[in-house]
Design a binder for this molecule. Structure first.
Ligand code: ADP
Ligand code: ADP
Length: 234
């Protein structure tokens, strides 16, 4: 069984100057507990693929299932129930600059209407997990890039999602910090059992972390399989 499955998914954007086909007949399966990478050049369709998983975009044809639920035709109301199941981290971290680390992590819990006590316990646990207990009351501009992404990871995990989407989550970081963040993602996968989908244009990221990989090229999924089968090790 798959945790995420794409069946014959196509996505066409309508623009003022015509239509752009971002994905063409994509079939893919992400299995529970794996780290799955999607690699491709800029414009290949990677962001579109992620936005279809969390319901930010609708398919033009085909279907996308997450945890057995077809997210293709969900209303905004139904999607609000599925979103806490799916965490997301970003290249530019997307932290609220005017809020403390604590408040940034609290944000999705407030949306999900957690009680104050449950929220506090959960945030304490998350800060410990990402190693930022001492930074709870500082603002993001006082943190390094790696620390910011660790806050992003804590926020993404707050509602205990079964899936974490990482969209170019190390592209803004130097090589050493990238290794740190990838190490944390591996721990999220191993210790918390969270399935991770990593979107990247960097082969090193795929090699460092992924179990399986899909290669997107200009909207086509041209390969999908175990990393060592798809990419010969040098
Ligand atoms: P990637 O993440 O791999 O760079 P994207 O999914 O962002 O790829 O883009 C795939 C294609 O779809 C590109 O040609 C891009 O210009 C186009 N595209 C993406 N989002 C939109 C949009 N909202 N409206 C129109 N075209 C879009
Ligand atoms: P406000 O309503 O306070 O203006 P926004 O909705 O504009 O807040 O979001 C502010 C920041 O929080 C943005 O950087 C955004 O990426 C992030 N954010 C928005 N929605 C969520 C969410 N569901 N989970 C985590 N972070 C979110």
């Amino acid at each position: 069984t798959s945790q995420i499955s794409f069946r014959d998914v196509s996505k066409v954007y309508q623009t003022a100057s015509g239509s752009v086909t971002a994905l063409k007949g994509i079939n893919l399966d992400v299995k529970p507990g794996e780290i799955f990478a999607v690699i491709g050049y800029s414009g290949a369709g990677k962001s579109t693929l992620v936005r279809l998983i969390n319901g930010l975009e609708k398919v033009t044809s085909g279907s996308v299932e997450v945890n057995g639920f077809d997210v293709t035709n969900m209303t905004e109301h139904q999607l609000r129930k599925v979103r806490p199941e799916i965490g997301m981290i970003f290249q530019q971290f997307n932290l609220m600059q005017s809020k403390t680390v604590y408040e940034n992590i609290a944000y999705p819990l407030r949306l999900a209407k957690w009680s104050k006590a449950d929220m506090k316990a959960r945030i304490t646990e998350l800060l410990h997990f990402v190693g930022l207990t001492e930074k709870a009351w500082v603002h993001p501009d006082e943190l390094s890039g790696g620390q910011k992404q660790r806050v992003g990871i804590a926020r993404a995990l707050a509602t205990k999602p079964s899936v974490l989407l990482a969209d170019e989550s190390t592209s803004a970081l130097d090589p050493e910090t990238t290794q740190d963040v990838l190490g944390l993602l591996r721990r999220v996968n191993e210790k918390l059992g969270v399935t991770i989908v990593v979107i990247t244009h960097e082969m090193e990221v795929v090699r460092a972390i992924a179990d399986r990989v899909a290669v997107l090229d200009n909207g086509d999924l041209i390969e999908q399989g175990p990393v060592d089968q798809i990419f010969e090790t040098p």
